[in-house]
Design a protein around this ligand. Structure first.
Ligand SMILES: [Cu+2]
Length: 200
């Protein structure tokens, strides 16, 4: 503790350090996904809140059983939050409407419990603890990490991960009654999929 900093500021710095120093290398470095082969596409997103402040990060990687997403957040309201991959690579605060609807290349209805679902971009709820921090690791079966093809995460329109204010009921079309959009991150190709700063 440095005496010249307010406890609030020190707390915020501590949380940010935890997210970026502890979690990010695990996410991006592939420690948890040792199956990622060199050259496999992977993506990441910096998640911002309605004020444009960074509140987390997401990573998508190719594993042996398909694509997996990992998300870490901080400074979000405690509780369960709907979270989805949306169909446009834009996150304009404060309402993040520019992220579009759910990523749904196969014309399904929303929700894992929906007999006509789910959307390719549907995900389990994100649980945020009393300390404002949360973490989600989940498979995303219905999409690919390429730039080409109907279900490609890095197609021309791009994609974004969006966190909602309320829990997703996993059945109500089109967004599980999960309410306002409170945080958003645009997916970008990263790591081994980049060559000289450009997707290859
Ligand atoms: Cu959503």
């Amino acid at each position: 503790m440095e005496p010249h900093r307010s406890p609030e500021k020190t707390g915020k710095i501590a949380v940010l350090c935890l997210v970026w120093i502890l979690f990010l290398p695990i996410l991006i470095g592939g420690t948890a996904y040792g199956d990622q082969k060199a050259g496999d596409p992977k993506g990441d997103a910096t998640i911002i809140n309605a004020k444009g402040e960074t509140v987390g990060a997401a990573a998508v990687v190719q594993g042996p059983h398909g694509v997996t997403i990992s998300v870490v957040v901080s400074n979000l309201p405690p509780g369960r939050h709907g979270i989805h991959i949306h169909a446009a690579g834009k996150c304009d605060p404060p309402d993040f409407q520019t992220a579009g609807g759910h990523f749904n290349p196969f014309g399904k209805k929303h929700g894992f419990k929906n007999p006509e679902g789910p959307h390719a971009g549907d995900l389990p709820n994100l649980e945020v603890g009393p300390d404002g921090r949360g973490k989600l690791d989940a498979p995303v079966g219905g999409l690919t990490l390429g730039k080409d093809g109907l279900a490609a995460l890095f197609g021309p329109a791009g994609t974004a991960v969006v966190v909602h204010a309320a829990p997703d009921d996993d059945v109500t079309d089109p967004a599980g009654n999960s309410g306002a959009r409170i945080a958003c991150g645009v997916f970008k190709l990263s790591g081994a999929a980049m060559l000289d700063g450009k997707p290859r």
